[in-house]
Ligand binder design. Structure first.
Ligand code: GDP
Ligand code: ZN
Length: 308
């Protein structure tokens, strides 16, 4: 039988068949997946083949795993060379931000977008709590909208008390597997509860959405949406690491830079001080946003670029 992994607790997996039947499944014996370097063989979102265990209606054995279309990783805390697969087979990752209570920084948004590009996962930016914005925040909202939509990202402003953007938010999730990200307090659970009230009990029971200050081990979990599609919540995941990105690679993960890199004079251009740089030229011409370029430079620095 085909099934999807909804939750992993290390040794047991909660899996569900397409008909919605749940099984407690485990891997029997040695389970080999070619070229695997992760500390966990299966992750939430994985598609597997299962067989009931000894005629049981609850317990099953996982026979095989389908190739993943994508996956997001965290570096294993114990062995740096190994990684931990957090979730697999995502259709999109949604970052919920706000400009007030609490403010999400541009740098944080751009790091998230770089990670999504590196993992080949389409990203959506939701800007929540727009009812709280004054003149300054409204100007920032407009600037974000213009910059991010120009680069090609979906941008959804929302407000719960005003009921704005909620239908677009629902449509964005419908029929897709979505990873939800964002700082604690931005309104993740409120937004989800609003469009999917039946899920609310469940989401509250899994140790909150942020994991902030919670030191128990938390596991990713996938939830079915009543209108079709699934969301994946990873308590404690504030940010994906950018561990595997080299300085040379970084500009490939800025779509507005990617298309211009070929025109730089040097093929190893880092777009900082090099002459004949097409990125710097596009920046001067206002084609590439200054804020995005600042984020690029900041991230480049954290990658240990030799240019600094
Ligand atoms: P989470 O930690 O991301 O799940 O955030 P919550 O859903 O718990 O929301 C944090 C706080 O923000 C709560 O007090 C919500 O009522 C409030 N909140 C959520 N969405 C909005 C919004 O659109 N506007 C305003 N003004 N408050 C909101
Ligand atoms: Zn360049």
């Amino acid at each position: 039988m085909k099934a999807k992994v909804y939750k992993s607790t290390g040794s047991w997996y909660l899996v569900k068949t397409p008909e919605g039947i749940s099984w407690n499944a485990r891997i029997k014996g040695i389970f080999k997946i070619e070229g695997i370097t992760s500390t966990n063989p299966l992750a939430v979102g994985d598609e597997v083949e299962i067989e009931p265990e000894d005629g049981s209606r609850e317990r099953a054995v996982i026979q095989s795993i389908q190739p993943r279309k994508n996956e997001i990783n965290r570096q294993s805390p114990s062995t740096r060379s190994q990684h931990h697969v957090v979730a697999a087979n995502l259709d999109q990752a949604l970052l919920i931000c706000t400009l007030k209570e609490p403010r999400t920084s541009r740098g944080f948004v751009d790091r998230f977008l770089v990670a999504c590009e590196a993992y080949h996962i389409p990203a959506v930016i939701v800007l929540n709590k727009i009812d709280l914005y004054g003149k300054k925040e409204q100007a920032t909202e407009e600037s974000w909208r213009s910059v991010y939509t120009k680069v090609g990202y979906a941008f959804l402003p929302t407000s719960l008390p005003q009921g704005r953007g909620l239908e677009a938010f629902r449509q964005c999730l419908e029929g897709r597997i979505t990873l939800l990200c964002g700082h604690s307090g931005v309104g993740k659970s409120s937004l989800i509860n609003q469009i999917s009230p039946t899920l609310s009990l469940k989401t509250h029971s899994v140790s909150g959405w942020s994991g902030k200050g919670i030191h128990t081990t938390t596991f990713a979990e996938m939830f079915d949406l009543p209108f079709g599609g699934q969301i994946i919540d990873i308590p404690g995941l504030r940010e994906f690491g950018l561990v595997d990105i080299s300085p040379q690679e970084l500009s490939h993960y800025f779509p507005e830079m990617r298309s211009r890199i070929g025109s730089c004079r040097f093929n190893n251009c880092l777009h900082v001080n090099e002459p004949g740089c097409a990125i710097k030229k596009a920046l001067e011409e206002g084609i590439i946003s200054e804020d995005r370029y600042v984020s690029y430079c900041n991230i480049l620095e954290t990658l240990g670029s030799p240019a600094y």
